[in-house]
Design a protein around this ligand. Sequence first.
Ligand SMILES: [Fe+2]
Length: 294
Amino acid sequence: MPVKIRQIGPCFAGEVDGIDMRKPLTPDEVAAIHAGMDEYAVLVFHDQRITKEQQVAFTESLGELEYAIGSSLRAPEDHRLPNVFADVSNLDKNEKPFKYDDRRRLFAIGNRLWHSDSSFKATPAKYSLLYCLSVASKGGNTEFADMRAAYDTLDEERKALIEDLVCEHSQMFSRAQLGFTEFTEEERERFKPVLQTLVRTHPSTGRKSLYLSSHAGSILGWPIPEARFLLRDLTEHATQRKFVYSHKWTVGDLVMWDNRRTMHRVRPYPAEDVRDMRRTTLKAEGPTVRQQAA
Ligand SMILES: [Fe+2]
């Protein structure tokens, strides 16, 4: 069956028919998915019943895997999934929801802020592929914002102002916005900021987009309040409803998005519900800017 993509919601989300992730992809299917990602930035695949191995194989056929090492507060012995997955569930290794005041749950509340995956890594994420195994009784939608439209609708003065700006990103900055500021020395070292440009040019389409994320906490050469205000103001602009697609999950959905030109956030859901999601991730081409020597 040929791959078909139908637009859903705002113009940057599409629904895909004709892909069965249990089977290896043909070269034509790989090309159709990449073309679809270039045209849209979010693709939704329904009714996939895939094992962990099938999700990894599907992801690998589209590019180089990013491993989830050292990016959460789960201790190595607490991992529920192999580290090729980012565990986006609210479950501990015994498949039970984290307690309300569990530090790992509170840290994960950071995912409710608008962000781009792995913007806190020198080489950030290209595509994220999030697979849904169970849904919460209410809430838990994932919302996406189109950062190309956000960039295009800035006035020329703003575009000129931000063209060459470089930001520092760290998970400590996003958590600090929620008052989560207590980190061990080891975590502070692991979550040290990296640099990212504020404007990105997409390698295959040549289009510019805003590269924002709640992990961004400073702009090189700017006083902190000026920097934080600009980042907040740009985020407010970028996440107007007209730029947002909200995905309501059904078990078996896999949603793939391009972190280079979208932001996303999860909406709240009851802490006691089981929300089982697993994410595989592809690495971007390389850093957006040269990192400073430590
Ligand atoms: Fe995310």
